[in-house]
Ligand binder design. Structure first.
Ligand code: APR
Length: 308
């Protein structure tokens, strides 16, 4: 049985911990936040849900990293949201400092954890964590692709009036406007989606997916947490059960897709060692160009981080 630490007990972190507890596959979850007793309160609330929803996973909240000792997996959701008047570079600097300090504290108490990053801007925060941890690239990666494909699949399910369960899809690239959708890899119970929906409608759905995060910020005044939390918990599950599930995750490329030293979303197999294998698709010219553009946009932000 294993130990999972979730850093940040805000909306996303608390959801990751809660969803994970419901899966009942972890012995212990440690929820960490710098804000006073927030983590303690949310952990206690989730623990008090256990007799109702029937799980044995124990969960504690803390602001002391000694409690994270010997974690198998660490999910990082700590950070601050962008505030009015704050430039993108300021946000990168602030969150990169938070992620870097969190990772250093984690590494003091856990030798070889797997680290999953959720904090935004995702691709560069994954880079920051990779650098601060000194871990191999198969053990540090980011959650974006599962969320982005989930949004895309949900929109398609609404359009086609089918169960979202039957929609399979894949997206590549950075988390944001430059994500690279791959309609030719999208199916409904094995039927190519292009047979079921017009190009015009599909393009509109792709555009809505690209702005999927922003749509929710507009509706709620803050960013989403149910789907992001569930997506991160699904990655933890795939690793703990050594499932070799195929998911798009934000990973460091070392020559794959003709790209090097950049963190972007690609399909991988997730198992007990984290990224067990990166899957290389045969992209057409247009897809390859979109991926390259997306990687260049991420690289620019990585350069901002390098100058900090
Ligand atoms: N160590 C631990 N926790 C921290 C630290 C730190 N150094 N700095 C900030 N936090 C905590 C905050 O106290 C807060 O409780 O991180 C939490 C973030 O929670 P929210 O503000 O509710 O943000 P949330 O919606 O959970 O999003 C977290 O995930 O999806 C991304 O874009 C999102 O980057 C954001 C992150």
């Amino acid at each position: 049985m294993s130990k999972v630490t979730v850093i940040g007990a805000g909306n996303v972190g608390a959801t990751v911990a809660n969803v994970l507890a419901h899966k009942d596959l972890v012995k212990e979850i440690v929820l960490v936040d710098i804000v006073g007793d927030l983590a303690k309160g949310k952990a206690l609330d989730t623990w008090q849900q256990s007799p109702i929803d029937h799980y044995s996973t124990s969960i504690i909240g803390t602001n002391d990293y000694r409690d994270t000792k010997n974690s198998d997996i660490v999910v990082i959701t700590a950070g601050i949201p962008r505030k009015p008047g704050m430039s993108r570079d300021d946000l990168i600097t602030t969150n990169a400092n938070i992620v870097t300090s969190v990772v250093k504290s984690i590494m003091e108490y856990s030798k070889n954890p797997i680290i999953i990053i959720v904090s935004n801007p995702l691709d560069v925060m994954t880079y920051a964590a990779y650098k601060a941890s000194g871990l191999k690239r198969n053990r540090v990666f980011g959650m974006a692709g599962i969320l982005d494909t989930a949004r895309y699949r949900a929109f398609l399910a609404t359009e086609l009036k089918v169960s979202p369960k039957d929609i399979q899809a894949l997206l590549l690239g950075g988390h944001g406007d430059t994500m690279v959708p791959l309609p030719r890899y999208t199916t409904v119970a094995g039927i190519p989606v292009t047979d079921l929906v017009s190009k015009q409608k599909l393009d509109a759905i792709v555009e809505r997916t690209k702005g999927g995060g922003g749509e929710l910020v507009k509706l709620m005044g803050t960013s989403a947490w149910y789907a992001p939390g569930a997506a991160a918990a699904q990655m933890v599950e795939a690793i703990l059960k050594d499932e070799n599930r195929v998911f798009p995750v934000c990973a460091k490329l070392d020559g794959e897709y003709g790209l090097k030293d950049v963190f972007v979303g690609v399909p991988v197999k997730l198992g007990k060692n984290g990224i067990e294998k990166m899957i290389q698709l045969k992209l057409n010219n247009q897809e390859q160009k979109l991926l390259q553009d997306s990687a260049s946009a991420v690289k620019e932000v990585m350069n901002v981080f390098d100058k900090i």
